[in-house]
Design a protein around this ligand. Structure first.
Ligand code: MCA
Ligand code: AMP
Length: 499
């Protein structure tokens, strides 16, 4: 009996004493220990009532047991559904009622409120908190062997929610094949091996930190320095002992902003990878000037995993995201007609391959809108392709803000603001930000005769939405700028309010 992802990423390490997870507390978990821990957790999952195909919602701290829970979910044939730890209860409510999980794993402190939401869908609740969470404690005396549940390439391994331009998040269904194909290609392309030590400072609830970083490390048998989050001091300490780092552009600008970040620290480093948001050409150049390393920029999406990458051996060109990955087809099309455009013309990136998801959970119409019958997925990103296949992203056809690598869909915030007393309408837009790349601003139009209080609007937004989505500024306007078709001109708002 086979389990596509487990057999490729986890089972081969059952007898390997090499280090896998080096934690902040100095404890190192070997690969063999990790495989055993995943088995123990898989036992708890099954005993809790998780059956193959069930969703497991995970909103938990970044612990070695959280990584083991991911492996355990795969081994038990379940569908792993990680959520940003910043999400509010109101956001959580939506995800849980949409995904109807069998089990929710959360931080200890959140468990009482989450239990109330869980009750609505009949889900059980377990916790992860240091070594003391109920899941970890229950796993401690379980057997270290678990009979792997068979799963094929087309079975779902994960469900990752990604916000939408309509304001409702959509669950991207990712199969074992989707994840394995991307891990195989990236491990090979970036020449990741068991000799690598990866600086892992990304969150593990998104594609970048979970699949790009962890699946490639598992595939290659690399050592992972698992950090709770991004902290410049810790990174500076770990660089001399490491070979590989993956990060969002904010990681690189923050490192460059620290005078202690100097060339000698990176002697052992082999590769710095950036993605999730555009890396400014000036950051790329400043990084090379400081360290001698050319950051390798790649591009992807939750629905597609990674799509393109700059080459490992060839030229890494600043301001471009490189070429389509092996086995992945990319075409640039006219967004209106869908026709493929000649080289050099700006159009929409479309992608097809084993990396492309299975559709949106419970949303067949949305799936049909974004996934063409011939298998190409419409990314909503605008780009040009050179005759050698190199791609440069030049903009977005979708109304999206990317702040510090987190995607923020204005519509979701506008819906909350528009619902506030004394508001006729609003427009949420992004302006350049030196640390996060973009930051969020809200323009609010009062109802006739009303003078809405920005503080009460802010309080309403803060009660419902995660901190990273909160507008950093509210502007009251008599009217929103519109074009002749009546469409709000966010580019005009951006120009007028960028400083
Ligand atoms: C934290 N805050 C943020 C962000 N992060 N606000 C806006 N944007 C953010 N990204 C809030 C905090 O709650 C805090 O609020 C204040 O801003 C400053 O926090 P700070 O301590 O500076 O933040 P941090 O904890 O250092 O986090 C910044 C970070 C983090 C390290 C850049 O956001 C991060 O790890 N980002 C990576 C996201 C990621 O993995 N994206 C991949 C998605 P207060 O004002 O209350 O103090 S996957 C994807 O996009 C595709 C598939 C792909 O291609 O990879
Ligand atoms: P997500 O919806 O979280 O999966 O984010 C995917 C989006 O992030 C893409 O559609 C792009 O807009 C953006 N993105 C990811 N990598 C890059 C990159 N290297 N350069 C520019 N944008 C990127």
């Amino acid at each position: 009996m086979t389990n596509t992802l487990y057999d490729a990423l986890i089972a081969p390490h059952a007898n390997t004493a090499d280090p896998f997870l080096e934690r902040d507390d100095g404890v190192t978990l070997s690969y063999a220990d990790f495989v055993k821990r995943a088995a123990q957790i898989a036992h708890v999952l099954i005993e809790t009532g998780v059956t193959p195909g069930d969703r497991i919602v995970v909103q938990a701290p970044k612990l070695s047991d959280t990584v083991a829970l991911y492996a355990a979910a795969v081994q038990a044939g379940a569908v792993y559904l990680p959520l940003n730890t910043a999400y509010t209860l109101s956001e959580l409510h939506y995800f849980i009622s949409d995904a109807t999980p069998a089990l929710i794993v959360c931080d200890d402190g959140d468990a009482p409120q989450i239990a109330e939401i869980a009750a609505d869908v009949g889900a059980k609740v377990l916790t992860l908190a240091g070594d003391a969470g109920s899941l970890s404690v229950a796993a401690n005396d379980r057997p270290t062997q678990f009979e792997t549940v068979p799963r094929g390439p087309d079975d779902l391994a994960a469900l990752l929610y990604t916000s939408g331009t309509t304001g409702r998040s959509k669950g991207a269904m990712l199969s074992h094949k989707n994840l394995l194909s991307n891990a195989t290609v990236l491990t090979d392309l970036w020449q990741i091996t068991a000799q690598d030590r990866l600086i892992h400072a990304l969150p593990i609830f998104h594609t970048h930190g979970l699949f790009v970083a962890l699946n490639t490390a598992l595939m290659a048998g690399s050592c992972v320095r698992l950090m709770a989050g991004f902290d410049v001091d810790t990174i500076l300490d770990e660089l001399p002992r490491s070979t590989l780092m993956m990060g969002v552009p904010t990681f690189y600008t923050r490192l460059l902003g620290d005078a202690r970040f100097a060339d000698g620290l990176c002697d052992k480093m082999r590769l710095f990878v950036s993605g999730s948001a555009p890396l400014l050409a000036e950051t790329h150049k400043a990084f090379e000037a400081r360290t001698g390393h050319r950051i390798l920029e790649r591009y992807g999406m939750t629905e597609t995993n990674m799509i393109t990458s700059n080459p490992y051996d060839g030229p890494r060109v600043a301001g471009t995201v490189g070429h389509a990955l092996p086995g992945t087809e990319v075409r640039i099309t006219n967004p209106e007609t869908g026709d493929t455009l000649p080289y050099g013309e700006i159009g929409m990136i479309e992608v097809r391959g084993d990396n492309v998801f299975q559709g949106y959970w419970n949303m067949p119409e949305k799936t049909a809108e974004e996934l063409r019958a011939d298998g190409f997925f419409l990314t909503g990103d605008l780009a040009v392709m050179e005759p050698d296949g190199r791609i440069a992203i030049v903009g977005r056809a979708k109304d999206l803000i990317i702040s510090g690598g987190y995607n923020i869909y204005p519509k979701e915030i506008e819906d909350v603001i528009n619902d506030a007393d004394g508001v006729t309408e609003s427009a949420v837009f992004g302006v350049p930000h030196p640390d996060f790349g973009e930051s969020v601003i809200a323009a609010v139009v009062p109802a006739p005769g009303a003078s809405p209080d920005p503080d009460s609007i802010r309080a309403k937004v803060e009660a419902q939405l995660a901190r990273f989505k909160h507008p950093r500024r509210y502007i009251i306007l008599d009217a929103l700028p519109r074009n002749t078709m009546g469409k709000v001109q966010k580019n005009v708002l951006r120009q007028d309010h960028s400083t």
